[in-house]
Design a protein around this ligand. Structure first.
Ligand SMILES: [Zn+2]
Length: 328
């Protein structure tokens, strides 16, 4: 028989060595007087219990319960393993320690971290700040939408890489669905369908760190059904004037309506959903005299408004009014 104590000590040291392999300390979020170490993936953050408790109900509860003696200690400070992405902790602790002064510049990535950890650890103020900010980014009423850069396919925040990194739109849809923050989903879904190839719905998008952001199967289904409904809605609402009598009494424009309708219909096979809510597709009214153009544009604006009202229903979501009642 081998001596059990010696054996145990050897095992522990091997285990410790293995555990500490590749573990690194956060550069900016390691405080020598910190009273707890959080380890996420392979990154350690040495921070303060009192500060975590100040922000989070979950940590308040955790620290009022005496820690078991067997729990891991590093440099005399308890070590807590958290099952989250290190980058989420870096983002959220960055806000806690370095203030909301960086708030104006929050990228979608930071807002995603704020929602993920804000929800999981009840960092309520942080989650609320992210929700408020996202409500500004993703319009929830038609007037905002028409005035917003997001409605312009040439100037969307999603196409601005500095702001919206690859995969973030999928991460955002996932966390918004998870925490029932449905208010931003109609526009997020629409923008995704408008700007991303269909393959990404099923295959996901590779993030900058080469991990893949994937949509949940039920979201994939919602998006594909929603896409079909948007196309039908575009014909029924946005392009309804094609079936009316605008241009019928106009010598200049007679016949052009039907020609344009055909072109746009053909185009929709490739443009997909972009005609639905944009007012930039000039080929729709190409060649019409000013008077007919104005009439047609008025009709289309009305049609877009009707389509907007129906947009949540295309994705099996409740109406805008009901969505607005989301409490964060
Ligand atoms: Zn005309």
């Amino acid at each position: 028989m081998f001596p059990p104590t010696k054996r145990k000590r050897m095992d522990d040291s091997v285990k410790n060595q293995m555990r500490s392999e590749g573990v690194k300390r956060s550069h900016s979020l390691w405080f020598e007087d910190g009273s707890v170490i959080l380890e996420a993936q392979k990154t350690q953050f040495r921070v303060h219990r009192s500060i975590l408790c100040n922000y989070s109900k979950v940590f308040q509860d955790m620290f009022t319960v005496p820690q078991p003696e067997s729990s891991a200690m590093v440099d005399g400070v308890p070590l807590i393993h958290v099952i989250d992405d290190a980058v989420d902790w870096e983002n959220v602790l960055g806000i806690i320690y370095f203030g909301l002064k960086m708030h104006e510049d929050h990228s979608i990535g930071v807002l995603i971290s704020m929602m993920r950890l804000g929800h999981k650890y009840q960092f309520d103020d942080i989650k609320t700040a992210a929700v408020q900010r996202l409500l500004k980014e993703f319009p929830t009423n038609f007037v905002e939408w028409t005035n917003d850069a997001a409605s312009d396919p040439h100037r969307t925040i999603m196409q601005n890489d500095a702001y919206f990194s690859r995969g973030h739109e999928i991460d955002l849809i996932n966390i918004a669905s998870e925490i029932q923050f449905q208010q931003i989903l109609p526009v997020l879904y629409y923008i995704l369908l408008r700007d991303r190839p269909l393959t990404e719905i099923f295959d996901g998008t590779m993030r900058k760190d080469r991990t893949v952001a994937m949509l949940a199967p039920e979201t994939q289904r919602i998006l594909i059904l929603g896409r079909d409904r948007i196309l039908r809605g575009t014909i029924a609402h946005t392009l309804a004037w094609f079936e009316g009598d605008i241009t019928d009494d106009c010598a200049t424009c007679q016949g052009k309506r039907v020609g344009n309708a055909l072109n746009v219909a053909m185009g929709m096979l490739t443009y997909d959903v972009s005609v639905a809510l944009q007012d930039t597709a000039s080929e729709i009214v190409a060649g019409l005299c000013n008077e007919c153009k104005e009439e047609a544009e008025t009709e289309m604006a009305l049609g877009r408004q009707q389509l907007w009202a129906e947009l949540p229903s295309y994705f099996d979501l409740p109406s805008w009014d009901v969505l607005a009642k989301f409490n964060n």
